[in-house]
Design a protein around this ligand. Structure first.
Ligand code: DQA
Length: 144
């Protein structure tokens, strides 16, 4: 099965961006970890990051056409994007929302997600490990 793993704005800066919140793990480290876990679970992994909302919408549409599951860390667009909500709803493939940080222990504006209502589930607060947990969750939902 093919799984898209999409990452939103500023996640290209992981490793140096607010390490007290997001740790020292880089996005390249997370990609390598996802590829290893994907291989173990029998998934073909497509791993991408963009700072642009429209690009993320394009990729979610592509996932809906080509993939069997989606893992997405929409980053700040989590809290603002009706376009990403609509794209995930239309893609109609099992979707897991991931956040490195525990958004509920942070500012109130991070407590609302436009993505959660169209996700199968949400994982937050476990750092890079959350991506592995998301892939494990999809393994139980996706047909080979
Ligand atoms: C984040 C949480 C968001 O609130 C924030 O805007 C991010 C990263 C996380 O992974 O913890 O950019 O999605």
């Amino acid at each position: 099965a093919s799984i898209f793993i999409l990452n939103g704005p500023n996640l290209n800066r992981l490793g140096t961006r607010e390490p007290e919140t997001y740790g020292r793990t880089t996005l390249a480290d997370i990609e390598a970890q996802c590829r290893a876990t994907g291989q173990r679970l029998g998934f073909d992994i497509v791993f991408r990051q963009s700072n642009a909302e429209g690009t993320l919408v394009d990729w979610i549409q592509e996932a809906g056409d080509e993939a069997q599951g989606l893992v997405i860390n929409p980053a700040a667009y989590t809290h603002t994007s009706v376009a990403i909500h609509d794209a995930i709803r239309t893609a109609a493939i099992p979707t897991v929302e991931v956040h490195l940080s525990n958004v509920f222990s942070r500012e109130p504006f991070r407590h609302h997600s436009y993505v959660s209502p169209v996700a199968a589930g949400v994982i937050c607060g476990f750092g890079a490990k959350g991506y592995d947990l998301a892939l494990e969750a999809l393994a139980g939902m996706v047909r080979a």
